[in-house]
Every structure is written in C-alpha cells, then in structure tokens.
Ligand binder design. Structure first.
Ligand code: DUC
Ligand code: ZN
Ligand code: ZN
Length: 468
C-alpha cells in the first residue's frame, strides 16, 4: 500500500525544501520533486509543512506515584493528534523487583495491546536496594533499553538515590554505553523546606514552589554534572526548569562534560503565578521541578535555539483534579506531582516558539524529534524524514487557528494545563509507519497499533564522539 504526499515543505533539523514524499508500507522510499507513482493514496500538502513525527522522550503513562496512578496508555491517541508518534516512557520499578522484570511487567500489563503510539522504555530506579541492580545494566542495553533514570529528589520514598548510588550508577552506565538521565533536585533540602512550610501553616498549592526553589535544582544539576565528570560518564538532565540549571549544564559542557539537557513546555510558557490561582486551582500546576518566576522563560528559549539544551519532552503525567490532585487539599505535599502535556508539545513550540521568533523551524524539529532520536538511540529509523526511515510524518497546517482546551483534548484527564492558550497551526494529518492515524485533530487509528522500539546504546555515539 503506497501513499504519495505531494508538494509539502519538508522540514528537518538542518534544512527545509519543497518536495514529494513516497511511502511504501511502513517506510519512506523516495523523496524528490514531481515523483510520479501509482500510489493508491495521494495527499496534497501544498502550503503545509512536513515534520518528522515527534519523539516525546519523557512520559509517565500508568505510573504509580504519590499514592495514585497516572492515566494509562489507552490515552496515547492524545500524543498522535498532537504530532507525536513515539514516546519513551519511564518504567516503574515495583519495590523489590529487578529492573529487567519491571520492564517486562510494564510492557505486559500497561502497554501491549493498549498503546496507539510506538514506544520505548527508560529503566527507572525506584528501589535501589534491590541486590545487583547495577549488574543488570548490560542486560537492559541488550533488551533495547539503553537509558536509566535516577532521582536526586523525593526523599523518604524509594525513588531518591544518594550520591554514592548516583556515582555507582554513572560508572555502571558508562561501562555498558548507557545514557543516565537524572531528575536533579536536592531532595534533602526540599524535605526540610516542606516541613518548615507546613509547620508554619503554609499548606496551599503555591507553597509547592517555595518548597523546591530554583537553587535546589541548580545545586543538584551542578553536582550531577561534577559526578559525571568524575565518573567520565555522559549524562542527560531531564526537565530543566530555570536559567540557573541551564547555565550549570552549559558551563559543564564548556568544561568538557558530555552533558545534555531537556526542558518542557510548562517551563517555557507557564510560571509560578499559576500555582497561586484561586482556591485549589493551583494544584493543576503542581509538578516537579516547580514552575518558576517568568524571567526564566527567555533564557530557556534561548538555550533551545542555541543548542545549549537539546530536547523538549513533555514530562506528561496525567492526574485528574477530582479524585487525585484533590488528595492534597489539606496540604500541598499530598498533591500528586505532574501535569499532562503529551498532546501540546508541538502546539507550544510552534505557536509560542517559532511564531514568536524564539526558535527556528530547524531547531524546533531538532528538539521535538531529531535530537531525542539521536541521543536515545532511535535514529535514523525515527526522528527525521529520510529514505529508509519509518514513515512517521506530520502534515502540519500553518493556517489553522484554535485554542487548547480540555473539551477537545484526548489525554483522558479532567483539565488542561494550557486551557485557553492559542494554537496557531496544527498537525492536520499524522502518519505512523505509513498509516494515517490522525486526521483533522481526530484519532482514526486503533489502540494496540503501537510497537516497541528497540534502541541502540548511546555508547556507540559516545565512543565515536570521544575519538574525534
Ligand atoms: N515530576 C513530576 O512532576 N511528576 C512525576 C515525576 C517527576 O519527577
Ligand atoms: Zn523527574
Ligand atoms: Zn518525569
């Protein structure tokens, strides 16, 4: 079954040009002008951009967290209508279970037969007391899972690792070519600040930001970078929320540390004033790291446009206000941390980045698709529009004008963090491995169509960089 997309403007991380694209089965088989083919389906993309299907390397579907569970993989059509065709989800590690068994369990129980997007998994240490946990890394790499998350926050839960564990993890990851990804906040200090605020009767959602100020993120980011340098390991810092943490990454990189960073749409367009909305509404915006004072947004856009931060992930974490966020009406520490956003990544980057002159289209495509594909071992199968690659393509209509609303969202959560935000341009048609799965904002695929993506180890790229 062949599809010809005619007259679109292909945008890659390095260029843009008008061209036709021929898809046969699941692959892109030709790119060129005036392609003449007997394709069964012809799509006229005159006046539209062709972007590679997005890769959201930071999602939490079906994550047990803070006493409840996030929305599951049956809500992944939200990703597709927003132009994201692959996600890399963080795999929960049940207490006492090995990392490998956790991967098998997450796939079998939460994902297979349910997911609409292609997916891969990061391993995630949630119980570092499991014996031999670092010895498992090489088996994870062999199973196509070459990334591991470690948390420097969430004291009092099994998530948080101490510096010794972090250092051991960095060394073990490096030895097998894994890329460690780090949640960088100083969990000890956050815990002390939380206690102090609650003791003073400061229980509203807005105190979430006071309990985890930017400096605790800056300190942990700089510490993680230093320990990566000490271990001679590469490192990827997730959800960079503030100028200081971005500068810590940029400085470490200038000193030769192989460090990379991600920011998220919420840190680019929302600020800490949202946490102080009337009543309990601020709970919608309780995520960690916390939303920051607005002045941090410009430096984050600048960092993306200059390549000081490489990727944008959503940190999608779908909790309802009713029945989940409201567990924290008495005190902000009871509010499950996280915001939904898997549907909105491209909309925010295009409308508030490109159209406002903060991000070139090339940098946008890189942060949205190509850089995550390269860093996380999915390139060139995913992440660009190339002959031989999977036909994951977004036909993007720049003329569309709308507004983001929970009413039209597919994310399966009872609010949108971007309610009322303008959406200029949108993913008009989305192809996943050659199949049209979203059309005009509607999901027209099937749950269960998503496939597991085995990823290659970062170490392959790392070694070639080191030999330069
Ligand atoms: N931050 C969140 O906001 N939610 C889940 C995990 C995390 O680190
Ligand atoms: Zn995190
Ligand atoms: Zn996260």
């Amino acid at each position: 079954m062949a599809t010809l997309i005619k007259n679109g403007t292909i945008v890659t991380a390095s260029e843009q040009y008008k061209s036709d694209v021929l898809i046969d089965g699941e692959k892109i088989v030709a790119i060129g002008s005036d392609l003449d083919s007997r394709a069964e389906t012809v799509v006229d993309a005159e006046g539209k951009y062709l972007f590679p299907g997005g890769i959201d390397a930071h999602t939490h579907f079906d994550l047990p967290f803070m006493g409840t569970n996030t929305a599951g993989f049956d809500t992944t059509p939200a990703a597709l209508v927003g132009g994201t065709t692959s996600v890399i989800d963080f795999t929960p590690q049940p207490a006492g279970m090995s990392l490998q068994d956790s991967i098998v369990k997450h796939r079998e129980e939460a994902i297979e037969g349910k997911t609409a997007v292609d997916y891969s998994l990061h391993s995630m240490i949630m119980d570092s007391t499991v014996p031999g946990i670092f010895d498992e890394f090489s088996a994870l790499v062999k199973a196509g899972v070459p990334t591991i998350k470690m948390f420097l926050a969430y004291k009092g839960t099994p998530f948080m690792v101490d510096d010794a564990t972090l250092f051991k993890g960095l060394e073990a990851a490096k030895d097998v070519g894994m890329l460690p990804t780090i949640h960088a906040e100083n969990g000890d200090v956050v815990s002390l600040l939380q206690e102090k605020l609650l003791a003073a009767g400061k229980t509203d959602p807005k105190y979430h930001a006071e309990s985890r100020p930017a400096i605790v993120e800056v300190e942990a980011t700089a510490r993680a970078a230093s320990l990566a340098q000490a271990a001679d390991a590469p490192i990827f810092i997730v959800h960079v929320s503030c100028e200081g943490a971005m500068l810590a990454i940029r400085n470490a990189r200038q000193q030769g540390v192989d460090i990379f960073g991600e920011t998220c749409p919420q840190y680019l367009v929302l600020d800490e004033s949202y946490l102080a909305k009337p009543g309990f509404e601020g709970a919608k915006y309780v995520c960690s790291p916390a939303l920051r004072p607005e002045f941090n947004q410009e430096p984050l856009w600048q960092a993306l446009n200059n390549g000081w931060l490489q990727t944008v992930g959503s940190d999608h974490c779908g909790f309802n206000m009713k029945g989940q966020k409201d567990m924290g009406t008495e005190k902000f520490t009871g509010i499950p941390n996280g915001t939904p956003g898997v549907e909105n990544r491209l909309a925010i980057l295009y409308t508030y980045g490109f159209l406002q002159g903060k991000l070139s289209l090339q940098r946008m495509v890189d942060a949205f698709a190509t850089a995550p594909a390269k860093l996380f071992g999915m390139y060139p199968r995913k992440g660009s529009i190339v002959i031989g690659g999977d036909a994951d393509i977004v036909v993007f209509d720049p003329a569309y004008q709308g507004k983001i609303s929970v009413e039209t969202s597919l994310h399966g959560v009872d609010y949108s963090a971007y309610e009322g935000f303008n959406e200029k341009g949108r993913a008009d048609k989305v192809f996943l491995r050659g199949k049209l799965v979203a059309d005009g904002g509607k999901f027209i695929g099937q749950l269960g169509q998503g496939q597991f993506i085995e990823r290659t180890p970062f170490g392959l790229a790392y070694e070639s960089r080191m030999k330069r």
